[in-house]
Design a protein around this ligand. Structure first.
Ligand SMILES: [Zn+2]
Length: 389
């Protein structure tokens, strides 16, 4: 049986009121939990990175279970497209900060839990300070830069990092805790994938229930570590395929050459993760804002607007006047584009169009611009009548 990550002294200093004994009675009657385990939960401080698809179910169940302090880092606002899976937020919350709706929802589920809000992007500058106030981190992020950051900071601080990720109908979870055995995220993935090679949920979609399952597994692993029961998912990764209803378990190995948890580590402090993951590459192409595009259209300037999304996306939403050439077909159609007039390229969020702009620049085009933020920003800032998806 595992040991609790909450030491006896801290758990012993906690008191459960009559109302709490009642609230948690279904826990207390289990011999694996009892009042002792419930006190450990109350003494525990858990940080959720992100109040999105994974963070929502994890936070809901961790608060309901009686975790003493639940921290949430997020800077986003609730969008209508979030509600299909991000169960912390409701229709009335659209446009509000995710932290505000998380505070309301979690406070209603369990007023005994202290909800601590970190209204910021989890970054190299603030990550160590934030994690310092917690015993365990639930990584509900949706990008590689944040995953590496969360991993590294947890390895430095010797705190478990409960990993989860989802993609369409599949998800996976594991517990990274080299100080308790097992590997870290970098042991598995020493290098991030090339930028733009792995589509995110906004590009590839995700079944709404899927992050629910993975986020709840993350909550279960967190609670097991706190109470000190069962076999934690350390050194094991669970992969779930919703279409086949298959749970597969993969053994994970620690890499002795790992730069953060290996025998001779070379990284001792947070690095520049955006640069490491190449996330800044989109900034290296010439860009224009949606406001500048609006100005060009209103001024009836001569230019070509190319939409490099897929036809089904074009059916959902489009900017008037745009010509559809999916990214995969840009190369073969490049010669048909007029070189003498400016070309503005857009996609959903600005990532695929940046690739298209790079390709056209390589082909000798000089007057090509990426639309920053894509049609998503257009819909947010210029024309709310253009549907978001
Ligand atoms: Zn490692």
């Amino acid at each position: 049986m595992a040991e609790s990550i909450i030491d006896n002294e801290r758990a012993g200093a906690v008191h459960l009121s009559t109302a709490e004994l009642q609230r948690y009675s279904r826990h207390l009657i289990m011999p694996e939990v009892t009042a002792e385990g419930q006190k450990r939960l109350k003494a525990a401080r858990v940080l959720c990175i992100g109040a999105g698809g994974l963070g929502s179910p994890a936070a809901v169940y961790l608060a309901a279970a009686g975790v003493g302090r639940l921290g949430i880092v997020d800077f986003d606002k609730v969008d209508l497209t979030n509600l299909q899976r991000q169960i912390l937020h409701g229709t009335k919350d659209v446009g509000r900060g995710k932290l505000e709706s998380a505070r309301d929802r979690l406070g209603d589920i369990n007023p005994e839990t202290e909800i601590k809000l970190h209204d910021c992007r989890f970054s190299s500058e603030n990550a160590e300070e934030i994690v310092d106030g917690y015993d365990v981190v639930v990584d509900g992020s949706d990008n590689f830069a944040t995953r590496y950051l969360s991993n590294d900071v947890c390895v430095f601080a010797r705190k478990p990092n409960i990993y989860g990720s989802v993609f369409r109908f599949e998800g996976q979870t594991t517990v990274f805790a080299p100080h308790l055995g097992g590997p870290c995220y970098r042991c598995l993935f020493p290098e991030p994938p090339p930028p733009d090679s792995v589509p995110n949920c906004a590009q590839a979609g995700v079944l709404g229930v899927l992050p629910g399952i993975i986020g709840m597994l993350q909550a279960i692993e967190t609670i097991k570590l706190i109470i000190g029961v069962g076999e934690p998912l350390i050194g094991r990764l669970v992969h779930f395929d919703a279409l086949k209803v298959h749970f597969r378990e993969l053994r994970l190995r620690r890499d002795s050459q790992c730069p953060v948890c290996g025998e001779n580590p070379t990284i001792f402090a947070p690095i520049d993760y955006d640069q490491f993951c190449g996330a800044r590459e989109t900034g290296t192409v010439p860009e224009i804002s949606v406001h500048e595009l609006k100005r060009k259209i209103d001024a009836r300037e001569t230019f070509e607007l190319i939409d490099v999304r897929e036809p089904f996306e074009f059916e959902i939403a489009r900017i008037n006047g745009a010509t559809l050439i999916p990214l995969g077909e840009i190369a073969e159609h490049a010669d048909e584009l007029k070189r003498e007039q400016p070309i503005v390229v857009h996609c959903h969020s600005g990532r695929r169009s940046a690739q298209a702009v790079r390709l056209l620049l390589q082909r000798g085009f000089t007057n090509v611009y990426n639309l920053e933020g894509g049609i998503d920003a257009w819909s947010d800032q210029i024309d709310p009548g253009v549907p978001k998806y």
